[in-house]
Structure formats: structure tokens, C-alpha cells
Design a protein around this ligand. Sequence first.
Ligand code: GLN
Ligand code: ZN
Length: 748
Amino acid sequence: MVKTSVIGFPRIGEFRELKFATEAFFRGDIQKKDLLEKGKELRKKHWQLLKDEGIDEIPSNDFSFYDTTLDTACLLNVVPAKIRSLQLEPLEEYFALARGYQGEKGDVKAWPMKKWFNTNYHYLVPKIEANTKIQVVGTKIFDEFTEAKVLGIDTRPVILGPFTFLQLAEIEEGIDQEKLISQLIAAYQEILSRLADLGAKIIQLDEPGLVMDLSAKQVQVFEKIYQHLLAKRPLKVLVQTYFGDVRDAYQTLIHLPFDAIGLDFVEGKETRRLIADGFPTDKVLYAGVVNGKNIWRNHFQQTLALLEDVKNQAFVLSTSCSLLHVPYTTANENFPNEIVTHFAFAKEKLTELTALAELVAHKSMHLLQENTELFSQKRFEENELVKEKLQQLTPDDFERVPNFDERRPIQKTVFHLPELPTTTIGSFPQTKEVKQNRLKWKKGEIDQEQYEQFIEEKISEWLIWQESIGLDVLVHGEFERNDMVEYFGQQLEGYLFSKNGWVQSYGTRGVKPPIIWGDIARKAPMTVKWSVFAQNQTQKVVKGMLTGPVTILNWSFPREDVSTKESTLQLALAIQEEVLDLEKNGIRMIQIDEAALREKLPLRRSDWYSEYLDWAIPAFRLVHSKVKPETQIHTHMCYSEFTDIIAAIDQMDADVISFEASRSNLAILDELVRRKFKTAVGPGVYDIHSPRIPSVAELTATIEAILAKVPREKVWINPDCGLKTRGIEETKASLANMTRAVKGIRKK
Ligand code: GLN
Ligand code: ZN
């Protein structure tokens, strides 16, 4: 029978055990050995689960305490000299790269984080310095293989491949590429042979970098690396791709002596066409047919039709990408049966793989029948009114008047802000207390009034504090929100929520994406009450705080029966209503976060506009097109990697945009100036993803570096994202330093 496999499995645990253990370790509540033990326990549980579910080929080393790209860097001795010189012990050094280190041994920043291709997962960007010597120094991949073997489970070790590793790494200028490549080849050769010695039969080298637009030169680099690496391979090599098709490298890929090639049939638009042109008979095709990113059941009939294409060759049924991007199981949810039967989380996808294997062998045909029936049912809730509204939209609905240049002076007069206005991105620490308040209310332990009173107290407290340090534009702090998407989803028609559907976002951080189940509509105002309460407490301006339609969509599990464009426009209409209500109630600045706008930018340039920006940018414009000229619209994007789409960002027509920039050394600023970016900008002056507190001197230097590039009257000063994940002390210390730095600069 055809075999089954997965590219990777969620590692945070069924109940996020890994998160809780790691955070306890960070706080010093548990010892290192306890953390290591927890990791071991989880790996065992996951391998056993895959085995029990009947998965034939089980990966190992897909586990990670923080991030697998970071694991690969540590394995390969890619650790900057500055961090090495602190002489931390390995696990401490590992976490220092991930989160920065501030302690008795020194003070270093964390590596920058970037979004992992087109997902909401973040990887750490390895930094290769001139004196980095790539060689195998880590043991994790070997240890975990052996660990599974001892348990009687034969696994396929997984590691990020050398080509993608190089592509993702930041390489110091002037480094000899040839030398780097030969060191990498030697290191991977060693990994292969050591695994073979331990008894591994096959290794999975992940090369998602192959689904990007590749130049002929890049393909040559890929070819060169693998020609060497595969020449005398001591075990089989599976090269695994995902998140798209490999059109630029396909011919090279099939001519190299790989034993197996993994292709994505879900997101890979051209995968079928590529294999129709020929796939080598001496290689095994790992067919990624079960969607690793969405939570809907697999449509067996369609999948089987697709598999007809490959029936004449050896193939293994697999997932389209690692299951890291979906929650663990639907078993801990309490959706009604008629709903949950449409879902497949990671564990349920394993069942789908084995069912598909049966069906390919013409066995258990009732499974096909059941599945076909499921898909024939009407599943989604429709809303005729929303559909009608969408149809009636005209180009004017997407155009804010007057234009940017005309509203700028108007806003200048009404707001009277000092030079370099200071603000924050929205949230303040979601402390235990804040979370408990919400939990108690949900459980009915406190009533609505007590719940709201607590939030009001928090808002007042933080408003007073913000005033005390001299911030210019205040925020209410988002204490009523669990999450910037779920909070809105919960109040909109058309959404469903899981209880335990967590997906890793970075390190110990998870998100629980809501599920779009029908047409979306706003039922009632969602944020007006809190914004108005906050504004009434202070003379200073308090920003209204909303999440934009593109981000809400991108951080939800979308429907598959209508286009993402349509769902996004439905969301845009709902948020537009909220914007207008805020304005009507005296809120004069409104921030509409599009944190995730960049994330879903198609990986291939040719798709950027036609498949995404052409509707995503208008969706944002629709949200704010009807506000008065004196209402100032802010937006925020977490991720400065938008150098290539600067024009599109400007087209969002916001008045001010804040974005992450501190970990990436403000590289984007030159581009903003060069492209005559019109929107005012707040490049994040410090990194909130790390507990480290920036000093006044450091912040002054950062701000001066910004001012050296961007005209002063365009600049806002703010941290690089919301502060909800941070502790109170570090938040206050950092922000106080920030306002001090600004005051110092203003004086100068
Ligand atoms: N306003 C949100 C906050 O401050 C923005 C978060 C984000 O960009 N991820 O939490
Ligand atoms: Zn952000």
C-alpha cells in the first residue's frame, strides 16, 4: 500500500505544554533539566501518536525549543562572536540568540525575526560573520534520532537544507561565497554520515527556498551544493519543498541524484504541470496533498483525482507543509458535531492521510462516500445584505477626500503636536491579573460590572502613567482584548472560535486563529465604549485602536468556498462601520493595524498585485475613505520587509504608519526617502520582542539615525510593536527612556 508521511508535526504540545515549561524556565521557576525532560516527553508523545495513527514515515528533529532555523544555526556553529564571547552554556546561548541577553555576563540583542515565507510563523535570521566557521558542533539532530530509536521508532531526521539556510541567513559583506558554500557542504556531509552511522536510512532536507523566484545563478548555487552533497551519500536524501511550486528549479531538481523529492500540490499552482512534463522513475515523489495550513477536511474526491496524475510512479502521501501551522487536535473543542466534522487539525490530518492511502488501494470505499457527502452539504452561513452592499460599492468608496497633502495642514492645526510626537502601538502588558480578570468573567466568577470596572481601572492607571512620562498620543492599552484578531472576530457575525486551537507564532508565543464560517457582518459597535471611556479621562488625544481587514483575514482560517478577496471586503465593510462610529463619538485619531499585510504577499513577484495587493490595498482604503479630513488615520505593520512594496503601502493612504525596524537596523528608511514616501512614519525605535531595556543613549542614537535619513516633520517615535507580551517593569523603563531620549533631542 502507498505509504504516508508528514513534513513535521506541531511541537508546542496538545495543551501548549512546551510554552508553559519554557516560560517557567525563563522565569527561573523550573530547572534546565525539567525543561529538557518536558521536551523529551513531548517528542515521545508525538512520535507515538504518529505511529499509532498509522503514519509510515515519521520525522524527527522537527521539534524545537524555539525555532528550527535557530537550531540549524547552532548545529552549524553559526553564532556571532559577540554572543560567543559571553561564554554562556549552550542552552543559555541558544536562548540569548532568540531573545537577547542582559545579565551579569553582558548585554547583547536578539537576532532579528522574520516571517517564515508566507506564514505567521517567525524564524530567527542567522547571522554569518566573516570569522564564522561553519562546522558541525551541535548534537540535537543526532540525539533526537537516537532518542526515538531507543523508543523503538525509526525516524527520518529533518533539517533545513543548505540552500535555504544560505538564502535566509544574513551574510556579512565581503565574505567569500565559495568558501562559505564549501564549508556548508562539508558540514552537511558530516551530518549525513553521522546519521547514517546511527542507523538512519533517509534524511529530509527542507528547501522551501526553491519555491521562490530564482535567478539562473541561484539555481546554479543550488545545483552545485547538491552535486557535491549527493555525490557519495551514505543514506537516502529527500529534498522537501513547500509553500508553492518549484518552477524555476524543477529541471535541476529532477536531474540531481536525489532519492526522493517532496512537492506541494496545495499551494503549488504549477506542481501538476511540472510533473506532467516528466518525473524521474528512479525517485520517490512525496506528494503534499493534505493542506498543512488550513483546518478544513480534505476533499478526498479531488485529491484522488489529482493522484491519478502520479499513479504510475512511486509516491508517498504527505502534507503540503509542516503541520506546525495548524492546531493540534479538534478533540479538545466543543463545537457541535455538524460543524466539527468539517475540520481537520493536525491529528485529524494524520487520519486523512491513512484514509487516502486506503482509498488509493481501493479499500474502505465508505470513507470516500462519507467525505463526498460531507462536501455536498451546505456548510456556510450566508448574509444577503452583506453581499448586496459589496455589489453596490463604487470607485468613490475607495477614495478618501481631500487628499493627503490637503488634509495634512488641517491635521497639523487641530492636533498641535510637538516635534517628534511620541506614542505606543496600542497594547500594554497583559499581566496575569489582566488575563485572570477575563477568565473569571468567562467562568462567571465575576459579573459584567466587576469585569468592566477592572478594565476601567487599568485604563485609567495607564493613562495617568502615560501622561506622567510625557507621551504625546495615548492609548487605552487593550486590556479588554485577548488578541487583536480574536477580539474582533468574536463580535462579528460569521466567525467561529476554537478553545484550544493554538498555533506557534514564534518561540513560546502562540496565536489562536479564528475560523471564518460564513459571511461577515458587524452586529454592534465593538470598541467605541472603551475608546470613549479612555478619551474622557484625559486632555491628550487617545488613539482608537482597530485591526484592519487584511490582517483579520490573514490571521484567521479562511473559507475555501469564496475568494479571500471577498471575505476581506466583507471585513472591510464591518471595520468601516466601526471607524465611523468612533469618529462620531469624538475619537480623533484612529489606528487601524495591518500587522499582517506583508505576510501574505505572494512569494512570487508575478502574483504580488494580481493575486493580492490589487484587492488588499483597496480593502484598507475602503475602511477609512469616509472619515473627515481632520480625523487622523494611523496604521501599523509588524515587519519592515516591505521595501519592495513601498508604493503599495503609500497607496493605503493612511496619515501615519508605524512599523518594526529596530532589529533590522533601520534599513528600510533609505528606501522610504528614495521613493518619496508621503505617509508620516514611526519606525520602531526599540525591539519589543525581547525583554531587554534600551538605554537613553542607545535610543538617542537610534532616533538620531532616523533623523539623519527622514525629514524631521515626518517622524513619529514609538516602540516597534504592541507591548502586551512584555512585563510591566521593562515596559515602563523602556518607554520612560524613550520619552527621555526624545526630550533630549528636542532640546538639542
Ligand atoms: N495594536 C496592537 C497591539 O499593540 C498591534 C499588535 C501587532 O501589531 N501585532 O498589540
Ligand atoms: Zn506589530
